[in-house]
Design a protein around this ligand. Structure first.
Ligand code: OMP
Length: 231
């Protein structure tokens, strides 16, 4: 597999566990995501080690701040050699445009992705925030993100079909909240199985606990990869 669709979320408390996982998989089988838990514990050195092992690394720090701070944080992330970085679309147009412009000045830049509505959020959670239903809010933020020049969005696979039609095939859809039929939802709300997500138009599936907490993580990853080859 030369273009792995699965991005494994390395939500571990320390570098050792993440490196032990990385030692058992190859960049042909999956990409790797470093998020807030692992980055806060292990820092940029761990990210650089994973990049040096040949993995495409998604640095998922979901930046959300004023335009200058967010843009410079994206530049710092890019300097680690990562493949993908993300910001919150709800930070607004000027924040996303500043991030894109700052990255464009680099010789090599990562994909810039905007988070729309977290996959843990359901319509009741959104209503409490005074926001419309997930599908409407995701569409609105994705259209804004696209017009601000980002490469794609994080959304749930439940919105993938709608967004591929609205934003076109080239606009990348990165979808967490992926659960094989046999897995628990955990704290995720807008979920979908791996083959259904690919069929709906997801470009990349972010999967953490169903793989990392499985009794046999390598077998689970192999089964998921096999299930989406035929999707
Ligand atoms: O940006 C993300 O990666 C992200 C966005 C989102 O809306 N929902 C979401 O779950 N994530 C991340 O995707 C991963 C999902 O992990 P699992 O629920 O264990 O599969 C976690 O590392 C989350 O931080």
């Amino acid at each position: 597999m030369n273009d792995p669709k699965v991005i494994v979320a390395l939500d571990f408390p320390a570098a050792e566990a993440a490196l032990a996982f990385a030692a058992r998989v190859s960049p042909q089988q999956c990409r790797l995501k470093v998020g807030k838990e692992l980055f806060t514990a292990a820092g940029p050195q761990l990210v650089e080690k994973l990049v040096a092992l040949g993995f495409d690394v998604f640095l998922d720090l979901k930046f959300h701040d004023i335009p200058n701070t967010t843009a410079q944080a994206c530049v710092s992330a890019a300097k680690l050699g990562v493949w993908m970085v993300n910001v919150h679309a709800s930070g607004g147009r000027r924040m996303m445009e500043a991030s894109r412009e700052a990255l464009d000045k680099l010789a090599q830049r990562p994909l810039l992705i905007a988070v729309t509505v977290l996959t843990s959020m359901g319509n009741a959670d959104l209503s409490e925030l005074g926001l419309p239903a997930a599908e409407i809010q995701v569409e609105r933020l994705a259209m804004l993100a696209q017009s601000a020049g980002v490469d794609g969005v994080v959304c749930s696979a439940q919105e993938a079909d709608m967004l591929k039609r609205r934003c076109g095939r080239e606009f990348k859809l990165v979808t967490p909240g992926i659960r094989p039929a046999s897995s628990n939802a955990d704290d995720q709300t807008r979920i979908m199985t791996p083959p259904a997500a690919i069929a709906a138009g997801s470009d990349y599936l972010v999967i953490g606990r169903p793989i990392t907490q499985s009794a046999d993580p390598m077998q689970t990853l192999a089964e998921i990869n096999a299930s989406i080859l035929t999707a």
